[in-house]
Write a protein that binds this ligand. Structure first.
Ligand code: NAD
Length: 254
């Protein structure tokens, strides 16, 4: 059990990579705090974990709302005493070439993908600093480094998460808090299914073109990212700090 007894908060864990990670963390002995803004999906993740004999609790909150996030974190601390691992996973897409996008779209994407990381981390960090221990995983994307057609606001947001991660690592290393970024390639989740429908007249052709970007020859699965998250959350990775951690089937390298 690589995460035995660890209290792990995963934002946006009602779907996709977040849900898969929540299930894996529980299999490794963690007490999983499932957060999402979609109560039905979040509760489904909890039900899946409990049906496997794991321990999980659902907290509905939008990561862009500081009051709700602070109340959630205060309650987790009151009930469980601490947060050992924070996985800032919640994120939304932002489709379009720069000149086609609207300001409101940029504001929405940056608000969730970047400012959401700030809001949740700000609420959790004082508790980790007090205990001088913690692992934070921020969800970036290989798009931060290699770009992708028609996703200007999204690429900008994930680049910001990568820089923020490095800056956080420098600031919180003295408190023995590790901060790493995950950079997945294209992972087959509802998020990517929506992207294929929105961006391609023929989603099948879109799927083939995304596949062609991967040296692995296929898209990733949520469990591929979940495995990497287990490593970063666990004490196996105590010497991994401020890293861009690629789980991209070779998309960045290729
Ligand atoms: P998904 O859409 O399947 O899941 C995202 C979850 O986040 C949903 O349950 C959604 O309700 C929740 N969420 C959205 N906004 C929220 C908010 N403001 N507050 C709380 N919860 C919120 O997506 P996914 O593919 O699993 O993506 C998860 C993360 O991984 C995202 O940050 C995404 O950018 C990143 N990512 C995905 C891929 C991929 O190919 N799927 C690749 C690289 C990075």
């Amino acid at each position: 059990m690589r995460l035995q007894g660890k209290i792990c908060l995963i934002t946006g864990s009602g779907s996709g990579i977040g849900r898969s990670t929540a299930v894996r963390f529980a299999e490794e002995g963690a007490v999983v705090i499932v957060n999402d803004l979609n109560d039905r999906d979040g509760n489904e993740t909890v039900a899946e974990i409990r049906s496997n004999g794991g321990e999980a609790f659902y907290y509905g909150a939008n990561v862009t709302e500081p009051d709700k996030v602070e109340a959630m974190v205060a309650d987790i601390i009151a009930v469980h005493g601490r947060i050992d691992v924070l996985f800032n996973n919640a994120g939304i897409s932002g489709v379009g070439k720069l000149h086609e996008t609207e300001l409101a779209q940029w504001e929405r994407v940056l608000q969730v993908n970047v400012i959401g990381v700030y809001i949740v981390s700000k609420a959790v960090l004082p508790h980790m600093m007090e205990r001088r221990n913690g692992s934070i995983i921020n969800m970036s994307s290989c798009i931060a480094e290699i770009g992708l057609a028609q996703r200007a606001p999204y690429a900008a947001s994930k680049g910001a998460v990568l820089s923020l991660t490095k800056s956080m690592q420098v600031d919180y290393a003295p408190y023995h808090i590790r901060v790493n970024a995950l950079l997945p390639g294209t992972i087959l989740t509802p998020f990517v299914e929506r992207y294929l429908k929105e961006s391609y007249e023929d989603p099948e052709a879109g799927y083939r073109s995304l596949k062609a970007r991967q040296l692995s020859g296929d898209l990733g699965r949520p469990s591929d990212v979940a495995q990497a998250a287990v490593f970063l959350a666990s004490d196996e990775s105590t010497f991994v700090m401020g890293s861009p951690f690629y789980v991209d089937g070779g998309a960045t390298f290729g």
